[in-house]
Design a protein around this ligand. Structure first.
Ligand code: HEC
Length: 124
């Protein structure tokens, strides 16, 4: 390979590595997930709110969310499809779907939360 071609190959590899890193970008709990929960869920899911009083699920902090309801966890790290948190938000037409009494989350918001759980539901 000529030196010129080697430089080209190296540059191409660098671009590919950067693209790969971009695709696997981690969803952040504090930057991406929490703002959605604050906007759509927190009013009911904190002490004094109907969601907390009925189920025990508080979304005031990562620790509270991970603790789940009085019956246990609503997030299964690595498995968004088996997480009650997600299941509740996907039943758009079910009378018990979340957020209760208002419009379902936008698809991209739901996707962020699912990706966060699939990436391990980390406190990041
Ligand atoms: C207007 C109030 C209200 C809002 C807003 C709300 N919830 Fe709830 N949530 C409730 C109530 C009440 C319950 C108690 C269980 C029931 O009635 O189904 C509950 C229970 C839950 C449960 C436990 C369900 C179970 O069967 O274990 C989950 C998970 C949940 N909510 C998720 C959410 C999420 C996620 C949001 C925001 C996208 C949200 N909620 C917004 C009122 C609310």
């Amino acid at each position: 390979m000529s030196p010129k071609n080697m430089i080209f190959a190296a540059a191409l590899m660098l671009v590919l590595v950067m693209l790969g890193a971009g695709c696997a970008k981690e969803v952040s709990f504090s930057k991406n997930v929490m703002p959605i929960l604050e906007q759509h869920c927190l009013a009911c899911h904190q002490p004094g709110g109907p969601g907390y009083e009925a189920s025990g699920l508080s979304m005031e902090s990562y620790e509270n969310l991970m603790k789940g309801t009085k019956f246990g966890s609503v997030t299964k790290p690595g498995y968004s499809g088996a997480s009650t948190l997600v299941i509740m938000m996907e039943y758009e037409h079910d009378p018990v779907a979340m957020p209760r009494g208002s419009k379902p989350l936008a698809p991209e918001q739901l996707k962020l939360i699912k990706t966060w759980i699939d990436q391990g539901a980390k406190n990041n």
